[in-house]
Design a protein around this ligand. Structure first.
Ligand code: ZN
Length: 242
């Protein structure tokens, strides 16, 4: 099975369409949370996702829109964008977000937005945090999002500690014995200095994962954000991938 692994679409339908086009054929989408928040088209992103067989989990922005998180914990731009999303979310989109689980286990793969230990909020930027988190899931691989930065943490069962691997140009083999925590990066608001939409394609038979980037019409998204009256800093950052 070929799985399109996406995270942090953040209501950026132009970026999401570019990824769907760029990815080639796939059997299913796994979405690692934060499908809404920041961007101008939350409903379009959710209905497009639901056209495919898909598995989705909740992110902090998804929960905040539902009023399950205190918006005081968001920075002011994120808070404003979240309040805008609340007002513009359709009942169907709300129904979709309401039932998203915090984690999902699919065979050799666990899905969690932030981390397997604290799925909604924990950021896995550092190796020390990643290492602790290997104790909090059973499967061989855990996919996460949340930081908007692609990363591969690798840990061998007998070895001490874990390591960060460079994002490879060629498909990464996930065949054992090593275990992994992997972030495919963000579709709708990349923060690794590359403004192109980030995603990954998993081949569950070959046990390989390809990291990909799809260029998209950033200005189109920025225009829609301006029309929606979303915060200028959120509009500007898309140009820089930060
Ligand atoms: Zn996010």
């Amino acid at each position: 099975m070929r799985v399109l692994v996406v995270s942090d679409i953040h209501a950026n339908i132009v970026a999401f369409e570019a990824v769907l086009e760029d990815a080639g054929p796939f059997d299913m989408i796994w979405s690692l949370g934060d499908i809404v928040g920041y961007g101008p088209e939350p409903n379009a992103c959710i209905s497009r996702l639901l056209e495919y067989p898909q598995l989705s989990i909740a992110g902090n922005h998804d929960w905040a829109v539902l009023g399950r998180l205190n918006l005081d914990e968001f920075n002011s731009d994120a808070r404003l964008a979240n309040l805008w999303t609340r007002e513009n979310l359709s009942p169907c989109s709300r129904d979709f977000l309401e039932v998203l689980p915090e984690t999902y286990l699919w065979g050799d793969f666990t899905l969690a937005h932030g981390s397997p230990r604290h799925p909604i909020w924990e950021y896995l930027f550092y190796i020390t945090m990643a290492e602790v988190n290997f104790r909090h899931f059973e499967s061989q691989v855990c996919f996460v999002g949340h930081t908007h930065v692609p990363v591969i943490f690798q840990k061998f069962p007998e070895g001490e500690g874990c390591q960060v691997l460079a994002i490879p140009d060629e498909p990464l083999s996930l065949a054992g014995p090593a275990r992994y925590i992997i972030n495919p990066g963000s579709v709708g608001q990349p923060r690794d200095g590359d403004p192109r939409a980030a995603y990954a394609v998993l081949d569950t038979e070959a046990m390989t994962l390809s990291f990909q980037r799809a260029p998209y019409d950033i200005e189109r998204t920025q225009k829609a954000m301006r029309r929606a009256g979303l915060p200028p800093r959120l509009i500007a950052r898309l140009s820089y991938g930060w």
